[in-house]
Design a binder for this molecule. Sequence first.
Ligand SMILES: [Zn+2]
Ligand SMILES: [Zn+2]
Length: 429
Amino acid sequence: MSIDHPPTPKPLLCPGCDLLMADVTPPPGHTVRCPRCGRRLHKWKTNSIEKTMAISLTGLLLYLPANFMPLLTLDILGMNTSSSLFASTLSMFNQGQYIVGTLIVLCGFFLPLLLLALIFSISLALNRGWRHPWVARALTSIHHLREWAMVDVYLIGVFVTIIKISHMATIYYDIGLFCFIGLVLSTIGALSAMDQRLFWSRLDSEDDHPLSVSDRAVTGADAGLCLCHGCEKVVPISSNGAGRCPRCGEQVHLRKKDSLNRTWALVITAVILTLPANILPIMEVDYFGVPDRSTIMDGIIYFFQEGSYGIGAIILTASILVPLFKIFGLILILITIHFRLPGRRRQKTIMLRFIEFIGRWSMLDIFVIALLCALVRFGFLSTINAAPAVFYFAGVVVCTMLAATSFDSRLLWDATTSSNQQPNDYAAT
Ligand SMILES: [Zn+2]
Ligand SMILES: [Zn+2]
């Protein structure tokens, strides 16, 4: 007579702190969180593949009218100007700001299209049971793309622009604006309908070897395991601490390579760029032939003086507070690691996740300036142009975003993990 042993649970590693756990599938509507750093590990989503396919297809259908049909029409003293989203996206090139223009084209036009097309193709492939290698590569790309496809930030930029120019012109809302709102809702909806773990599990090969794990291991590093950041598969570490993920082909490292040095370099660059971004003028308004150049702070003060406190607070938060919070937050985390300061690691990990989340919202001011340059073109009467600070400000946004992604939050937990903690309940759960 044979005794049935319960099956060995699959190991699960937290991407935020490297805690080793037994993998569990949550019941519908429930979420699995890391007990140590609080990071969300998995949320059950019903009919994920079908919903993702339908919503991303809706987004793709709205993409062309949203970008190429007129967004807004302005009327000043009988003179009309209108612009589509795509024309606004290109407006920085007309100002000679080619690097900022390229960034806006990528984040506001090209990457959102690529993201939706990939999401639709992957969900279609999984729905049909196709398991071509390109599906895994496309799914890994989504992980990198979602932060840089910024249609949601762009839409808030459109609303800020409307409020900003509402006092100087009569505004007519065109069909492109409503299609754009639909596009943004579809993109957000498709991303939140995606159950990435379910998607990856459909691509897993059935002959995956079970991984043996020591009962006393607390972290992935203790157990000789490493998490692939492309697909979140747990893979054994090779002797040199690196290798390729067998599922998605991404390079895996026990910890992100040169994470601290790269993060320091990017944070210091952001600090240097912050000065010209705030001191130099960011926008030039020609009103009846008289040029008036304003800095980021001038624009905020203007809103508060006009009594538009809400919009003033949004610009103040996105353009000044968020970049400063990102820079000081990252410096604090880096110092914590260098001096091995104990305590509050959970709070610092949450702060890092918050920095990653808010990073892209600083692009708001850049999108607003691009929209204003495209819309406010009334010749002698009134024209808006970009000024030099726009380049430095875009640099701050990009550097802080790259710094947050370069940093490996597991380093925060490494200093004390193995020596101070008790063996985990991996084997018991
Ligand atoms: Zn964790
Ligand atoms: Zn992988």
